[in-house]
Design a protein around this ligand. Structure first.
Ligand SMILES: Nc1nc2c(c(=O)[nH]1)N[C@H]1C(S)=C(S)[C@@H](COP(=O)(O)O)O[C@H]1N2
Ligand SMILES: [Mo]
Length: 451
């Protein structure tokens, strides 16, 4: 590595604003800043490993994708000093999930591992708020309670539930409410998910609405509260690790399932064995694992993870770090639209003669569908429409493909952005900052080097 290469790369990591000023022009001289030229281009090209083919279109303020990951994310405090993320070693996982947190356990799937139509369990992300409960030896004896604003409390075992219903299988996205959090500047509190706090698996179980109807929903029921068997991190038995819920309209959605199989096999212990909820489209935290109870309530649920700034967005924009006014917050409901490039991987190097790039990815949009995915090879100066598949069933993700021409050797950034069925599109950068970092869905960018 040449001296300048190290310098610019390091500066981008340590002080992106200064790096931007160095590369794009003198700080303060706003009129001269904007696009990359001359010496800035040379320095940046050296840092990213090759000439930036569409450098003339590169806007200032943009941390190159080749340098962005390190610039944005702090590794866990006890991560080894070497470069690169810490990988999770866990039974049933393939050793390539990125560890984001230890206690409680959280690990994400790098975008390039979300390249399967159906996400294998071995690659599926993990998000916990408490301890992992010990796996029961008698799954069919597991007790479920439906109580509160119902005509009669329903207590049944998983064995009874399985024998009473015709199981339904659906391929549906499960996505952590904090997915995309690492893209907030300044950094928001919590696990620093990139785009990999999501996966799309085949879930098998009973329709939740049928079970609730069997208990008889009273007109006074307005909200649910979900409980799992995982102990609080502190071990305090009077506290729950997580207990969230949804309004009745969402609860009774026919896509919601009480699930005992994932990808055709009994749930893995870490994914909620023997039984969990899947309430697709909304923050994953409403899909309680190790499910023990659904409490029908006559007011919005106030369990662990409800209220305050948890899983909530600011209604009016707030200044990062400013005092929180709880009245300015509302629950995050449908997850925002997102497209990811799953092939090639960020940082892929191609042979010097390659002039065509086949892209593949996935897109999803909470309660909505994806109307379009666009890709750009020139920092958003022009866009090309991708081919987007239909979902297999509601809440399935939509796989997409596109082919781009590469005019010459050099460094490229490929950007992808999706638009949902309402016409809402992913923004360039994470907007609407909030203290716990929900709702970040900026376009996905990958760096590609040809030659
Ligand atoms: N009982 C219980 N259920 C839970 C959680 C938890 O901590 N405890 N985490 C939730 C969160 S925040 C998410 S994103 C999803 C993640 O599901 P997974 O770990 O199976 O991928 O589970 C949800 N269900
Ligand atoms: Mo989550």
């Amino acid at each position: 590595m040449s001296k300048i290469e190290r310098t610019v790369g390091e500066v981008y990591r340590d002080d992106p604003e200064r790096a931007d000023a160095v590369v794009f022009g003198r700080r303060g001289d706003v009129s001269r800043r904007g696009f990359l030229g001359g010496s800035g281009m040379a320095a940046l090209s050296a840092a990213v490993g090759g000439p930036i083919v569409f450098g003339a279109a590169m806007p200032s303020g943009l941390i190159p994708a080749a340098l962005a990951q390190e610039a944005n994310t702090d590794p866990p405090a006890d991560a080894p000093a070497h470069k690169g993320p810490q990988l999770l070693q866990y039974p049933g996982k393939d050793g390539n999930l990125v560890l984001l947190g230890d206690k409680p356990l959280a690990a994400e799937t790098p975008e390039q591992l979300l390249d399967d139509e159906t996400t294998p369990t071995s690659k599926f992300f993990i998000s916990n708020n408490g301890q992992v409960p010990e796996a029961t030896k008698e799954p069919d004896a597991w007790k479920l309670t439906i109580d509160g604003e119902v005509n009669k409390t329903l207590e049944l075992t998983l064995g009874e539930l399985k024998s009473k219903v015709r199981p339904v299988t659906r391929r549906m996205v499960l996505e952590c409410g904090g997915n995309g959090r690492s893209f907030f500047i300044p950094q928001a509190r919590g696990n620093q998910w990139t785009n990999g706090g999501a996966g799309c698996a085949e879930w098998t179980g009973a329709r939740l609405a049928d079970v609730i109807r069997a208990a008889g929903l009273k007109p006074s029921a307005v909200f649910s509260g979900h409980y799992g068997a995982d102990p609080h991190l502190s071990g305090d038995p009077t506290k729950s690790a997580l207990s969230r819920g949804v309004p009745i309209k969402k609860l009774m959605d026919e896509s919601n399932l009480i699930v005992w199989e994932m990808n055709g096999k009994p749930l893995e212990p870490i994914h909620g064995f023997p039984v969990r909820l899947i309430i697709p489209g909304w923050p994953g935290s409403v899909s309680a694992k190790w499910l023990t109870r659904i409490w029908l309530r006559d007011k919005p649920h106030d369990g662990q993870g409800m209220g305050g700034t948890s899983y909530r967005l600011a209604v009016k924009p707030m200044l990062p770090g400013s005092k929180v006014d709880e009245k300015n917050f509302t629950d995050l409901e449908s997850m925002p639209v997102r497209a990811i490039i799953t092939k090639p991987a960020n940082g892929t190097r191609l042979g010097a003669s390659i002039r065509e790039l086949n892209l593949r990815g996935a897109a999803w949009a909470g309660d909505y569908t994806v109307r379009a995915v666009d890709v750009s090879i020139d920092f958003g100066a022009s866009w090309q429409r991708a081919n987007v598949n239909q979902p297999k069933n509601r809440y399935d993700w939509q796989r997409w493909t596109a082919t781009l021409k590469l005019p010459s050797e050099g460094y490229y950034e490929i950007w992808s952005r999706a638009t949902d069925s309402r016409g809402i599109m992913q923004p360039h950068v994470a907007g609407n900052w909030n203290p716990q970092g929900y709702g970040a869905n900026p376009m996905h960018r990958i760096a590609i080097l040809v030659g």
